[in-house]
Write a protein that binds this ligand. Sequence first.
Ligand SMILES: [Fe+2]
Length: 370
Amino acid sequence: MPKGNPGDADTAPEDYGAMRLDVLATSADGDARYRIHTEVQRTMRDLRLKRNAIELGQLKTWSRRARSSRPEHFRVVKTLVRTGIRVLGLRSRGERNALSPVLKHCRFEFDALPEAFHGFRILHLSDLHVDGLPGLAECVADRLSDLVVDLCVLTGDYRFAVTGPCHNVYPNMQRLLAGVSAQQGIVGILGNHDMAEMVPAFERLGVRMLMNESLELRRGPDSVWLVGVDDPHHYGCDDLPGALLDVPEQAFKILLVHTPELIPEADQHGVRLYLCGHTHGGQICLPFFGPLLTHANCPRQYVRGAWQYNNVTGYTSAGVGCSGVTARFLCPPELILIELCCARRRESRQDSPSSSATRVVSATLPTRMR
Ligand SMILES: [Fe+2]
């Protein structure tokens, strides 16, 4: 059951205060759950105000996951990379690479997955930056046209720029989403390039946006829960405890978050599958070295592809679009097809794992994330 409507206007402060007093009186009788619920509601409202203030340039500093970096440094790096690509005559090659998405198939096996979800297929698209490269939306829609999945998830960053108008995003998203066939719909979250105005606009396009909210997916007698949080990297508006409020403790939880920067928190809250992007896998990689930049405040082993952190299985997408420069090298755009597998179901039917299965090995917990 989704909580609230992300497109709703905020509750007036005086109404909110009255509700809070009422609930404090209730809490004296020991209704702890209701008390927590109210605190979370207040947090959600505050986070929406925080996002609005950041979008309007009214905050100079705020708590967030990104390491502090000065925008002028990023502009210098971007100019250097652009110039280097032009000087080396690699511009058209880089753009061709950026318009050549690959479809990757991952198969994740879980002991805890409800049996009815054995074989459930999720299309994971991240970092579309769909207004940045002419022809990208049509190219992706064409690549997906023969694919039918159970669910499509979008893990943020729809706009190319980080500021300015969003109006070019919507027609491009409409063209791209025309290629998506997902039987249980499309669910999205916001990233660090996105603005709150996209939430109602995307919902009109048929995308259910989760802003620190959860959504139950049912299949026969079973269910799994999708949990979506706002961007932790730039906006710092994520509220994982609030998003989990209505989710039963033992539920199988799939978390959608823009960056791989909430992995320890997700583990603490019993998340089993963590889907994210943001890093673009570096977008421009060097032979024998890998990505030049990833812009993520987490260890390098979590910035691209499949990973395991304690009980959390995750995938960090290298993204579909481009950021900064419209070129990719040694890091193709990727469309991820994730198939969920119930270990109990496979054992009972004596299936053998698919040869295309992604084998996730246990990763050592890096000190920085403890
Ligand atoms: Fe991005």
